[in-house]
Design a protein. Structure first.
Length: 303
């Protein structure tokens, strides 16, 4: 392949790595904020009832306030819209560059003419302009060329090395991962719900004034349940699993119809359209309900 294609692929690798780094940072800080919220809530509500020296017990409200304050500060400084926007931009950039490369190596429009390299250069330059405000991570020479198609692809090559690999290595794996997250969230919600019912019933059956500590524990449990439920919900696990499931179905039908008249000539363009439509739907979902943890991936999503 020519130097323009090699450069575009290298830029895809750079922005894929940058996306992973930004996503990892968001994920780690979101877990940290959740932990601080749970600790602050538990100490704030249960501190007066915990055993220990008076000096320690008197310090617990201060520790709780610090934990909740740090949670709020880290959320505004490290999990705000600007950090998420940078992640979204780099994800979109890597997706766009990668799609251009696959269209190019299969000589699919707009790269079917003699000026394919010139067209790719212009489109790469236009895409790179959208992330001029984001600092990219450093990527070594070997990683820049990892997975680079060193020769033009046939449609068979594309089906095997792009579509089928995408289905097997990313979508099916991601669906299973999100299904596990959904089940984990459901089990957690049920466990906290059962605990809240038991605590509520126990507090209600006690003489007036004797259930103060249990009421405090009930408050801590319900607050923790709400925080954890919001954290799971922010991952959009059910929506992602359903979206990926729909993409697998569309790609499967596309492959099944491959040998119908006129279909094979459009297969690459149609498949890339499916990948881009799924990614665009994810971007729209992010702008509506910003997630705290979007999975990394190989293929249509960043590896």
């Amino acid at each position: 392949m020519d130097d323009v294609a090699r450069y575009t692929w290298g830029q895809y690798r750079v922005w894929a790595a940058t996306s992973r780094a930004l996503k990892s940072r968001l994920t780690h800080w979101s877990v940290g904020v959740l932990t601080l919220t749970l600790v602050g809530t538990a100490l704030g509500t249960m501190g007066p009832f915990l055993p220990g020296p008076p000096a320690v017990r008197s310090a617990l409200p201060w520790i709780a306030a610090v934990a909740l304050g740090l949670a709020a500060y880290f959320t505004s400084q490290l999990l705000g819209d600007s950090a998420r926007e940078a992640w979204v931009k780099t994800r979109a950039m890597a997706e766009g560059l990668k799609s251009e490369c696959y269209l190019y190596v299969t000589r699919t429009a707009p790269f079917s003419g003699d000026d394919a390299a010139e067209v790719l250069g212009r489109r790469t330059e236009a895409l790179l302009g959208s992330v001029s405000s984001v600092l990219a991570v450093s990527v070594s020479g070997n990683d820049l060329s990892k997975g680079f198609p060193d020769a033009p692809w046939t449609v068979d090559d594309y089906v095997t090395r792009r579509v089928q690999e995408q289905i097997d290595s990313f979508y099916k794996v991601a669906i299973a991962r999100h299904q596990r997250a959904v089940r984990k969230g459901q089990v957690t919600a049920i466990a906290f719900g059962v605990a809240a019912v038991i605590l509520s019933a126990s507090a209600g059956g006690r003489p007036p004034g004797s259930g103060t500590w249990m009421a405090a524990l009930l408050g801590a449990v319900t607050t923790a349940a709400a925080a954890i439920a919001a954290w799971f919900q922010s991952g959009n696990h059910l929506q992602n699993a359903l979206s990926y499931q729909a993409v697998v179905a569309k790609l499967g039908l596309l492959l099944a119809q491959r040998h119908m008249p006129g279909r094979e000539a459009r297969l690459v363009a149609d498949a890339e359209s499916i990948f881009q439509a799924e990614h665009a739907a994810w971007l729209m979902q992010w702008h509506t309900h910003p997630p705290t943890d979007k999975p990394s991936a190989k293929g249509g999503h960043q590896p």
